[in-house]
Design a protein around this ligand. Structure first.
Ligand SMILES: C[S@@+](CC[C@H](N)C(=O)[O-])C[C@H]1O[C@@H](n2cnc3c(N)ncnc32)[C@H](O)[C@@H]1O
Length: 403
């Protein structure tokens, strides 16, 4: 390959097409699909190829010849080709970010579940686009500086300041070691920092701050292990809990399951509506979260917290009667077996809280195949500046579909 051809293979001029799941837009060049980051639909850009795969290329827009009206100067200086891989949409107006996310959720549902949601709107959460992130995972580079990985790379981009992170969890929180530094700023006012040798390492070494942080949500104060799951956006727990309760319309005495329950946020939100005669079972596999759920919900004796894998718990035929199910699985989704096992119990309604639209859409398909319908869908911008989006779907067997 001549030097000139090599240069041509690396730099492409393309007109950018629609957004796709993952923080990029789709373009075509010489009949090949190109996933272009740092671009917007309709723009004509020069893009540098960052990865060549069998059926497609990945590329970063490095020069914009015809900018979209939705384009803005990224507020963060690290949000650029080759820079920090944490944010995908710093170059996009807030309203257009939410429109892109709505398009992605709609497209995933249409493609993977054959389901149309023409007027889906992604709603903003209170608090603006910057300074919202209450939990940050920094990687330490070889010089001991805190930073983030470049996109799809192990290269660490050191940062002095992360604009989407809360002021209390900036890189100045420091660390004593190598590997990963995690910092938490809780809604109850605590700041905790701890380290891990790697992202996969489950053993954490505390650096500063309490081992358990106070969080405020669902009208309660919670004590949560600093390294346990809690929503990253400080407004998300209340917004999601309100959505779940208003969609399920719990009635006194109904039985509920809070699956993938964490420390029991949704169980606590349902309890006042179900009343003391409405038993709730929380299922969670992480031992520390289970302990925290039992401790935090000790004043609500109608709530039982079970430490188990959800699929294994549902395989137990003695788990029979349930009216309402909340399902908040990790990014991989609940999966066919779990969805089928839930529907076999014929609950009145299921609320599904989803952080990945593709996994959600695959599970929607399983609901549909079993004769259930997605009757309502809400979506929230719980991760401004990134491509991530949180959705809450309501499923029922007997209701006519209006979603
Ligand atoms: C997205 S979080 C939701 C937590 C909680 N609903 C909340 O809003 O705070 C998912 C939770 O599922 C738990 N988990 C992951 N896989 C699981 C499984 N197979 N069975 C039970 N729990 C699981 C994780 O430990 C985590 O607490």
């Amino acid at each position: 390959v001549s030097e000139r051809n090599q240069r041509e293979a690396q730099e492409l001029e393309v007109v950018v097409g629609p957004v796709a799941h993952g923080g990029h837009c789709v373009a075509r060049h010489d009949g090949r699909v190109v996933f272009v980051r740092h671009a917007l639909p309709g723009e004509r850009v020069t893009a540098v190829v960052t990865e060549e795969r069998k059926g497609y290329l990945r590329a970063d827009a490095v020069a914009v010849h015809e900018p979209s009206p939705d384009r803005v100067e990224p507020p963060c200086r690290y949000a650029r080709p080759g820079g920090c891989g944490g944010c995908d949409f710093q170059h996009v107006t807030p309203a257009a970010q939410r429109a892109l996310k709505a398009t992605v959720v709609r497209e995933q549902l249409r493609r993977l579940a054959g389901h149309d949601v023409p007027d889906l709107v992604v709603q903003p959460l209170p608090g603006g686009m910057l300074g919202w992130r209450s939990r940050v995972q920094y990687t330490v580079d070889s010089a001991g500086r805190l930073g983030f990985h470049a996109h799809r790379s192990t290269v660490v981009v050191p940062v002095e300041r992360c604009l989407i992170a809360s002021a209390s969890v900036q890189p100045s929180v420091g660390s004593s070691g190598t590997g990963v530094v995690e910092a938490v700023a809780s809604s109850g006012g605590d700041v905790s920092v701890y380290t891990r040798r790697s992202r996969m390492d489950s053993r954490v070494v505390p650096v500063t701050g309490p081992a358990e942080v106070r969080e405020l949500a669902a009208g309660r104060e919670w004590t949560v292990p600093a390294d346990a799951f809690w929503q990253v956006h400080p407004a998300a727990p209340d917004v999601l809990a309100d959505a779940v309760v208003s969609m399920l319309e719990p009635r006194p005495g109904e039985r509920a399951w809070d699956l993938y329950g964490g420390v029991g946020l949704f169980a606590a939100a349902l309890a006042p509506r179900l009343g003391p005669s409405g038993p709730i079972t929380v299922v969670e596999s992480d031992p520390a979260s289970v302990d925290a759920a039992r401790h935090n919900l000790a004043d609500l004796p109608q709530i039982r917290v079970v430490r188990a894998d959800v699929a294994k718990a549902l395989a137990n035929p003695r788990w029979r009667r349930v009216d309402l199910v909340v399902l908040d699985p990790p990014r991989s989704g609940a999966g066919r077996d779990v969805v089928r096992a839930i529907l076999a119990r014929e609950p009145r309604a299921v609320a599904y809280v989803a952080c990945d639209p593709a996994a959600f859409a695959r599970d929607v398909r399983t609901f549909h195949e079993a004769g259930w319908r997605l009757t309502e869908l809400r979506a929230y911008d719980a991760f401004p500046m990134t491509h991530h989006v949180e959705s809450v779907g309501l499923f029922s067997l007997h209701s006519s579909s209006n979603a």
